[in-house]
Design a protein around this ligand. Structure first.
Ligand code: IMP
Length: 181
């Protein structure tokens, strides 16, 4: 049974169970396996948030693929997007001619992916798609950032767990919780 969790002054209630997450992750992995059959994509995992989703997803990816982790300049805590384009850090892989799949925890307004996608294209990638664990479609402001692969669409609520944080905490929770209103 999932119970409420408390971080600082904020209380979060159960939102997405581990079972629902597992089903969503398997659906996404199957689609990627089909769409990229015969190709050798590069998965770019956006740290820190996507680490848990990526670990579960990639165990079910049966393609010959490579995996690189990147970081984007920090998201300044709080409960909404900072509104700044973030700088790409730590990319060591050669992306020339590669089919790149960006693995992200959440696409909210899309600003982060809107900023990142051109930086990947500039490095000569043949194709770039976004695979996000969750997406808040109501919040999307940048059409180019709409993820091709989405685990779950969710309403506009602040969520934590399964990689997603509140002030860097809660990333280790195996389920997703949403802010109690
Ligand atoms: P975007 O640039 O507006 O799409 O926001 C993406 C980033 O905002 C994510 O990578 C998260 O760091 C953060 N974010 C947006 N919504 C949430 C949420 O509900 N919980 C935790 N982080 C979030």
């Amino acid at each position: 049974m999932m119970k409420e969790v408390v971080f600082g002054e904020r209380t979060f209630v159960p939102s997405i169970s581990a079972e629902e997450i597992a089903k969503a992750v398997s659906r996404v992995a199957e689609r990627i396996n089909e769409d990229y059959a015969g190709r050798k994509p590069v998965f770019l995992i956006v740290l820190n948030g996507a680490f848990m989703f990526a670990a579960d997803l990639l165990r079910q990816v049966t393609l010959d693929c490579t995996i690189s982790c990147i970081k984007l300049s920090s998201y300044h805590g709080g409960l909404s997007s900072s509104g700044e384009v973030k700088e790409l850090m730590g990319l060591d892989a050669d992306l020339t001619g590669k089919d790149v799949i960006i693995v992200e925890d959440i696409v909210d307004t899309g600003l982060t992916m809107h900023g990142l996608i051109p930086q990947i294209k500039e490095r000569g990638a043949a194709s770039v798609e976004v695979c996000s664990f969750v997406h808040k479609p109501e919040m999307l402001r940048y059409e180019d950032a709409r993820p091709k692969y989405i685990g779950l669409n969710i309403p506009n609520r602040f969520i934590i767990g399964y990689g997603l944080d509140v002030d860097e905490y809660a990333r280790n929770l195996p389920e997703v919780y949403e802010l109690k209103v």
